[in-house]
Design a protein around this ligand. Structure first.
Ligand SMILES: *[C@@H]1O[C@H](CO)[C@@H](O)[C@H](O)[C@H]1NC(C)=O
Ligand SMILES: *[C@@H]1O[C@H](CO)[C@@H](O)[C@H](O)[C@H]1NC(C)=O
Length: 160
């Protein structure tokens, strides 16, 4: 069995055209969920959205309908925010490992295609990782790190 970036590599003799096909990218995802977004992943595995990072891939996003506010933040010590409003046809690059987001500001539907430079890019969704770990990170650690009250930590943790 051959593994490429942790994913089983199919026997070349068994590969079919369907292995390279994805239909329905033009179909809107249902955004009636807690984060108000829905990613249709076209990968060997699956993916998600809000502030998140891909530890093993640079992402190239192409807007094909509507508009999206996007951005990413550079690493320490600068933590500089790079942000852009993207319109149909615009392409934006999110460098590997940096925390980024995409938001539809609500002037209708938005649809975009994201390409990742690794078949197993990994996804770390910041809020879920920090406030929704299993088991929880100790409240006092999060209260200190975010400089907020322990009750606020509990309130946020209760959402994950
Ligand atoms: C995304 O949209 C699809 C299609 O409507 C739906 O089946 C799926 O449950 C949605 N995912 C989330 C996370 O809301
Ligand atoms: C979208 O998801 C919500 C919540 O799951 C559901 O109530 C609603 O019917 C869905 N809408 C469509 C068009 O599927």
């Amino acid at each position: 069995m051959i593994l490429v970036n942790g994913v089983v590599c199919k026997d070349a003799k068994l590969v079919k055209a369907d292995d390279f096909l994805f239909r329905g990218l033009h179909v809107m995802g249902n955004t009636s969920n807690d984060v108000g977004s829905n990613v249709t992943a076209v990968t060997v595995a699956e993916g998600i959205n809000p502030p998140h990072t891909h530890p093993r891939a640079t992402e190239v996003l192409t807007v094909i309908e509507g508009s999206l506010l996007v951005g990413f933040v550079t690493s320490n010590p600068d933590n500089r925010l790079f942000t852009k409003m993207l319109e149909k046809g615009d392409v934006f690059v999110f460098p590997q490992g940096l925390i980024h987001f995409q938001k539809n500001l609500g002037y209708g539907h938005a649809l975009a295609i994201a390409g990742l430079s690794n078949q197993n890019p990994g996804v770390i969704t910041i809020a879920n990782v920090v406030f929704g770990s299993n088991p929880d990170i100790a409240e006092d650690i999060l209260a200190k790190a975010f400089q907020i009250d322990i009750n606020v930590v509990r309130q946020i943790q209760s959402k994950f």
